[in-house]
Ligand binder design. Sequence first.
Ligand code: FMN
Length: 189
Amino acid sequence: MGLRFTLAITGASGSAFGVAALRRMSASPLVDQVALLLSPTGKRCLLDETGLTPKDLAALPKVSLRDERDLGADISSGSHRHDGMAILPCSAGALGRIASGVSETLVSRAADVCLKERRPLVLCLRETPLNRIHLENMLRVHDAGAVVMPIMPGFYSGPKGLDDLFDTFATRVLDQLGLPEADSRRWKG
Ligand SMILES: Cc1cc2nc3c(=O)[nH]c(=O)nc-3n(C[C@H](O)[C@H](O)[C@H](O)COP(=O)(O)O)c2cc1C
């Protein structure tokens, strides 16, 4: 059986980073399935910033949409096996819900399940500047087992444009999920 991942896009700027990660997961021969979920504001940001709809993303191979309101979805249960979840971008609101264990949406419930089942959870926060609550919440989720990976693309690979930046950051997220890819943009020393 191939790898199965969950990717969530929440209501923060930078949904193009999430789309880049999703495209790479979808194209990977190692991946069997990607469960995609978007918060309501995540859908809005996706449309505003990329012109894409959830339906467009669900048309990618191996990607299937989950309804954010459906707390009975497969990824809501620890008995459903998968290989990890990334929230990209992750809003400060989503971070706060996860940090305080408030599992009232499918995004926060699926993340909560990853933490309790000790599965990889990568939270790509996008907010600036950061207040004390954000900083404390980052530490809380870190201590609970999540990888806190704010959207901070590297420039050492000599990006030729925004797509290069999206892809380089997406590669680093996939590394954290255990989906390593050959990538010409990796630092060679
Ligand atoms: C256009 C737009 C852009 C936003 N950008 C951000 C952002 O970059 N970071 C953030 O933490 N919140 C941002 N917000 C606010 C969140 O979307 C809001 O707090 C929301 O309740 C988060 O919930 P969600 O995580 O379920 O999407 C933005 C909202 C809108 C409408």
